[in-house]
Design a protein around this ligand. Structure first.
Ligand code: MRU
Length: 364
């Protein structure tokens, strides 16, 4: 995608894999700052501190971290150590583990001296594949939005939570890819953007939508239920960090409450994600998915511009206040209308029909 002629790429290889370029997302929406990471440890740090974030993007970033690590030392021990360290940074999004394991599986059978070019090629391929998958997700999702418009003949109101846009992926996004493609096709729409405390990923969504001129309104995280009761939402579309084989969905904390309100008000609730987000080894998401617990400081402080226009963390409560900060929650499959993947849209219980190879692997 392009915004004002500038490609919407979140990650790129520098000097043929000698380093990678990223956008420091902790500075958005106030400052657009690119950064070059030259070492796998810098990439690990960028993932842990959420300079790069979003399930598909952290997977690709981790794959490039493996390339940088193998460049420095392609021995088995080092590869296993880096793999574990990367996977530990963010435990909920399965894309990270998927990408690292995919790359490790390709290089391990080779002698150490032959590993780097293969690792590089695999990382390149995964990067490109993510763009294609997201574009396909957008095309399938846009059909849903077009159908809603055909019934209503007025702008379609979509509610989204967190940021599942191009910033969360290599390009296009997942949930927002559907919005972008529907908008490209001329379907009138408007997006309700959940603020998404405590990391305010909704502001990234608003920033993305503003960039292409899509009408949107930021709302407090608790406003969605009220809007649904008053028929102001035609569909909820969110991304995912991990989907189980039966369609339970882990996504940014607060998603579950939106799904409950949507069920109560008969509002369709869609989840958009590439197949790399499906964890075929798990059925029951509530018990099987590890939920990342992040620092309480994310609640104790809020980031914004101070009076002088400098980025600053403003304290909201004193250091003694007890806080709990689970970053994700699990929405059970029974609340999900459909999962939008690169292969098409299906009810959660039919995921295995859409991806029989995934299901087969799981059965083994
Ligand atoms: O903690 P983040 O910002 O990495 O989490 C991202 C999300 O949970 C998004 O909602 C998203 O749906 C997954 S990425 C497309």
């Amino acid at each position: 995608m392009k915004v004002n002629g500038i490609p919407t790429r979140t990650i790129w290889s520098v000097d043929h894999g000698q380093a990678i370029g990223i956008i420091d997302q902790t500075k958005l929406p106030f400052e657009f700052k690119k950064e070059t990471l030259r070492d796998w440890r810098q990439v690990r740090e960028a993932i842990a501190t959420m300079k790069v974030r979003g399930a598909p993007l952290i997977g690709i970033a981790a794959a490039w971290a493996m390339v940088l690590a193998i460049r420095d030392n392609a021995q088995d021990d080092l590869i296993h150590e880096v793999r574990s360290e990367l996977i530990a940074t963010r435990p909920t999004a399965v894309n990270l583990q998927w990408a690292v394991d995919h790359l490790v599986k390709k290089v391990m059978p080779l002698p150490a001296k032959d590993r780097l070019p293969v690792a590089y090629r695999e990382a390149e391929e995964m990067t490109q594949a993510n763009v294609l998958a997201n574009r396909a997700i957008g095309t399938h999702g846009a059909k849903i939005i077009a159908e809603l418009y055909a019934k209503k003949r007025e702008p379609v109101n979509i509610l989204t939570h967190c940021n599942a846009g191009w910033l969360a992926t290599v390009d296009y996004g997942t949930a927002l890819s559907a919005v972008y493609i529907a908008f490209e096709q001329g379907i009138p729409l408007h997006v309700w953007v959940d603020e998404t405390r405590p990391r305010e990923q909704g502001l990234l969504t608003a920033w993305e939508l503003a960039g292409v001129g899509i009408p949107h309104t930021v709302i407090a995280d608790n406003a969605g239920g009220h809007l649904m009761q008053h028929r102001e939402v035609d569909a909820v579309i969110v991304g995912a960090d991990r989907i189980t084989a039966i369609g339970d969905v882990a996504n940014k904390v607060g998603t579950y409450l939106k799904a409950l309100a949507a069920k109560d008000m008969d509002v369709p609730f869609y989840v958009a994600a590439p197949s790399s987000t499906i964890d075929w080894t798990i059925q029951d998401g509530k018990h099987g998915i590890e939920i990342e617990n992040r620092s309480g400081d994310e609640l104790r402080f809020i980031r914004g511009l101070d009076k002088k226009g400098h980025l600053a963390d403003i304290r909201l409560m004193d250091a003694q206040t007890n806080v709990e900060n689970p970053a994700f929650d699990v929405t059970p499959a029974r609340l999900v209308t459909g999962i939008i993947t690169e292969r098409g849209v299906c009810a959660p219980e039919f995921l295995t029909r859409l991806f029989p190879e995934g299901a087969r692997k799981h059965a083994r």
